[in-house]
Design a protein around this ligand. Structure first.
Ligand code: HEM
Length: 293
């Protein structure tokens, strides 16, 4: 902590001591039982999400990586209707790079968020951070090129939603990088978390869709043949644009707050989210990922 941050923390602590209750962000507020439960709830969600993301990475390497190394990129089309197009060298390369960096960013994101690894190996964290930002830019740029240059699964609203996701990824990557270079680590941490959640949009989409299909015992609110409909539009804008970043904002506010009610409400919300995430991961693993390995 630098000198001004230490001073601010001391003033906050004393203000809380004078009023007889912990002030916002003070050490007392951070160490209260409600704050501890909030931290445990966030860590529990992250453990479930990290396992789910590693399963997604295993699928990317085990299916796309294996098919590519075996010299059969045309088998990508077992999943994507127009994945590999014979003779279309440019877009095949863009998609190949997209898949390779999808693996790198999914594994890298999980490693970057683990606090003990960050503290134990700061130089590794810095190098992986640079690679993560470059991978994010390649994925977002390549994704936009494919959606608007070649066409993708889904309809126009879904294409608009994932394109907004790409712009959010680029903005978060640039801002996280800028704060890290200027050594403003508190702000870097917040923007890096935003980047991690924005990059996870495609993963949220897959686990959200699978949780929905399991809950409804089949497709509901969309047409599986055209892959369009009100549910998919809502899911796309929800996971690509609105929900993850809004929930992170609420979490950060609850973490800084000294209001026990706010912290317990966020803890309860995280417990529900952990359950939904676990259901989505199990369903996506069973229906989408493991059968391809
Ligand atoms: C940043 C994290 C991202 C990851 C980890 C990721 C991962 C993947 C994966 C694994 C596939 C293969 C399809 C599958 O097996 O599920 C894929 C395909 C694709 N991705 Fe991404 N992606 C990301 C971001 C984006 C973005 C931001 C866009 C668009 C702006 C995009 C557009 C596409 C397109 C067009 C395809 C081809 C399949 C289709 O027609 O929809 N991706 N991506």
């Amino acid at each position: 902590m630098n000198a001004s941050a230490q001073a601010a923390s001391a003033i906050a602590y004393r203000a809380g001591a004078r009023s007889g209750r912990p002030s916002e962000g003070s050490p007392q507020a951070q160490a209260s039982p409600a704050a501890r439960r909030l931290r445990v709830a966030a860590a529990s969600w992250f453990v479930v999400a990290a396992l789910g993301q590693l399963l997604f990475a295993t699928y990317i390497a085990g299916f796309y990586g294996r098919m590519t190394v075996a010299g059969h990129p045309e088998r990508w089309n077992q999943v994507m209707p127009r994945g590999y197009v014979s003779g279309d060298v440019f877009f095949n390369l863009v998609l190949g790079l997209h898949l390779a960096f999808a693996f790198v960013i999914t594994v890298g994101g999980v490693l970057q968020v683990i606090p003990s690894l960050r503290r134990a190996r700061p130089s590794l964290h810095r190098w992986m951070g640079r690679a993560y930002v470059v991978a994010a830019a390649i994925l977002a740029g390549g994704g936009l090129t494919m959606v608007w240059g070649r066409g993708a699964v889904g309809d126009l609203p879904q294409h608009v939603a994932i394109s907004l996701n790409a712009l959010i990824i680029l903005a978060c990557a640039a801002t996280a990088w800028r704060h890290a270079r200027a050594r403003r680590f508190d702000r870097h941490r917040v923007w890096a978390l935003r980047l991690f959640l924005a990059v996870s949009g495609v993963w949220f989409f897959r686990i959200g869709l699978m949780a929905w299909i399991v809950a409804n015992r089949g497709p509901a609110g969309f047409d599986p043949d055209t892959f369009s409909g009100p549910f998919l539009t809502t899911l796309a804008f929800g996971v690509y644009v609105v929900l993850p970043l809004s929930l992170l904002e609420l979490y950060l506010r609850a973490q800084r707050s000294c209001r026990v009610g706010a912290q317990y409400a966020m803890t309860a919300a995280l417990a529900v989210l952990t359950l939904v995430t676990a259901v989505g991961v199990a369903a996506a693993a069973a229906l989408l990922w493991l059968p391809r390995l």
